[in-house]
Design a protein around this ligand. Structure first.
Ligand code: NAD
Length: 581
């Protein structure tokens, strides 16, 4: 067992109990514990890190062997921040330090890390299960603006105890009535963890309540904009019952450089269940920040290298059919808002070209080949995205093909192809990525590109219109289901949009020459209509922002929706007209 030494750092009448491992090593790593813990919660991680670093863990005020100052104001974040600075000055007066925080230890460390100029004193920060309270306030405001109330309610339902802690007598009384003694049992039952009873558990539990009372409401109700230039590593505990992973999704907005890694465990799991992994990740990160090359997994965990900062910074967007038309413009639109875009298409070169346009603009994109009609190809794409990037925030199921001609001229193969791409492609995209979003607690959004042909029948489009009206209904069903998980679903019905689709649409029941003539006519007609795909992309971005259910984009799409809904018999009559380009 690695030996440590105990000392005391005093500030403003408060004595902080400080434990140091490997005092002769450098650089210094300071570990800050949460509630209702004391510095011993770090033991396993500290021992592992002390092979390479000087490691310091201290009892925060009110916990363990540190003083217990009186009065709520003594537990304000600024006091906790000043304690941390006193410890930093005592243990590493001349060198920058690396900080690691868990739970409330992380919350209070954020206060230091987001101070202007923090990068001059703090070399790196690894945060576990404790967000900056101002970021949480901003996250809630953003979700309410986007009408993603489900995501906010989900987090609030996991934070019920914060409300209970505001009540005068109840929480301290519970600790005194036996919770302190029963705490290891509570952890075993709720987190499946074995932990040692602590001699100071009663004190840690009762005094720490002041942390909640002094800081929660002011920060959440009036959140400040807190940015940091300190490199941040976020370790997400996927099954954290208190800090839901979805709440951490906007973090890249507040950081210059962010790495994100995920562990399959609960709130205390990284410290008590997976100390080896946690210590390895902290070590690797610190050594990289201090100049060592990043390993492959560390490289891939860096959230974004996009030079574009925008409302979608840090988000991962997957788009099918991104090699052309609406898909390409949508990829560009999200990339210009700071998102990392995965451009997929059956046409490898076209997808790569879209990704190249994005990177040339300073955005971030990856291209992947994928045939949406193939179960295997879509499953491979989803597995790759999950492994390399984690669950996406936004999925746009856009890939589609046109087919025109009567039922009697449409072969089984034609049907299979149109339904395979236009309907099955959407079903695969939804079932695979919705699963990932739910499993990883991501309040994401799915956009399915349908068509105005979904609103009105046409004798010339039995296969295409059927596939698109199925997409519309499917999207509505899904929206009803996924809303419970904070995932929005939108169906987009563009209209007549000038894209290369007219060049590829198949006209069945005619010879090649006639097909070419019809394609050329359709192309000229769509060009004259001059409604460009960037306008559909804009409608898609807005549909995500405002969580819109069904979006008819162009005036004719709105007209067709109106006709289909309010004058169905007129729509039926129009359906009989044979419109041949
Ligand atoms: P487009 O032909 O310009 O782009 C479609 C893209 O999908 C192409 O890059 C193509 O390679 C890709 N693709 C085709 N089959 C695929 C498959 N099996 N797997 C993966 N990718 C595949 O067409 P667009 O106009 O941009 O169409 C995009 C979507 O918008 C389609 O779903 C289409 O039905 C729909 N839409 C278009 C219009 C319009 O007027 N252009 C109108 C209504 C709806």
């Amino acid at each position: 067992m690695v030996q440590w030494c105990d000392t005391t750092v005093s500030r403003d009448g408060v004595d902080l109990a400080v434990r140091t491992w490997s005092a002769d090593k450098s650089p210094t790593v300071i570990l800050v514990h949460g509630y209702p813990d004391a510095n011993h919660v770090w033991e396993k991680v500290a021992e592992r890190l002390s092979r390479d670093f000087k490691v310091v863990a201290y009892d925060v005020r009110g916990a363990g062997n540190s003083s217990v100052p009186q009065g709520r104001a003594a537990y304000k974040l600024r006091e906790l921040r000043d304690d941390l600075h006193a410890v930093m000055d005592a243990v590493s007066p001349d060198e920058k330090v690396h900080l690691v925080g868990h739970d409330w230890g992380s919350i209070q460390t954020w206060e230091s890390v987001t101070d202007p100029g923090a990068e001059n004193r703090i070399a790196s920060y690894t945060t576990l299960s404790g967000p900056c309270l101002d970021h949480v306030g901003q996250w809630m405001k953003a979700r309410l603006r986007e009408q993603k109330i489900g995501a906010v309610l989900n987090q609030l339902s996991h934070s019920w105890y914060i409300g209970a802690f505001q009540l005068p007598v109840l929480a301290p009384a519970l600790w005194k009535a036996g919770l302190a003694k029963a705490w290891p049992k509570v952890l075993r039952r709720t987190e499946n963890l074995d932990s040692e009873p602590s001699a100071t558990q009663l004190q840690d539990g009762t005094h720490g309540i002041e942390l909640y009372r002094a800081n929660m409401l002011p920060c959440l109700l009036k959140p400040r904009e807190r940015h940091t230039k300190v490199p941040v590593q976020l370790i997400v505990a996927r099954q954290d019952n208190y800090v839901r992973p979805a709440m951490l999704e906007d973090l890249s907005q507040w950081t210059d450089r962010l790495w994100r890694r995920e562990l399959d465990c609960g709130h205390w799991g990284p410290l008590l269940q997976h100390p080896d992994v946690t210590a390895d990740w902290i070590r690797e990160f610190i050594q990289h920040i201090d100049g060592a090359p990043a390993s492959g997994p560390l490289q891939r965990s860096e959230v974004t290298t996009s030079q574009i900062k925008g409302p979608d910074s840090g988000k991962r967007v997957v788009i099918t059919g991104a090699g052309s038309g609406i898909g390409r413009e949508t990829a560009l639109a999200f990339a210009r808002r700071g998102a990392l875009v995965v451009c997929t298409d059956i046409n490898t070169e076209a997808a790569a070209a879209t990704a190249r346009i994005i990177t040339a603009e300073g955005g971030e994109a990856i291209s992947r080949k994928c045939d949406v009609s193939s179960t295997r190809s879509m499953e491979a794409l989803a597995a790759w995205v999950e492994k390399e990037l984690g669950a996406p925030d936004i999925v746009v199921n856009n890939a589609g093909i046109g087919l025109s001609g009567s039922l009697l001229d449409t072969s089984v193969k034609d049907w299979q192809q149109v339904l395979g791409v236009n309907l099955w492609g959407v079903i695969h995209g939804c079932r695979l990525f919705a699963r990932q979003m739910i499993d990883q607690g991501r309040a994401g959004h799915i956009v399915n590109v349908a068509s105005a042909a979904a609103f009105m029948p046409s004798r010339m489009l039995p296969a295409y219109a059927t596939s698109k009206s199925a997409v519309l209904m499917f999207s509505e069903c899904l929206r009803a289901e996924l809303g419970d998980h904070g995932i929005g679903v939108s169906a987009i019905c563009p209209g007549i949009i000038d894209t290369p689709i007219t060049r590829n649409t198949r006209f069945v029941g005619v010879d090649n020459e006639e097909q070419e003539r019809r394609r050329q006519h359709a192309h000229t007609f769509y060009q004259r209509r001059a409604f460009t795909p960037d306008r559909v992309a804009q409608a898609i971005v807005e549909a995500v922002e405002k969580n819109r259910a069904v979006v008819p984009v162009s005036p004719e799409a709105r007209g067709m929706q109106w006709l289909g809904r309010f004058t169905p018999s007129l729509a039926r009559n129009l359906a009989q007209v044979e419109i041949t380009p």
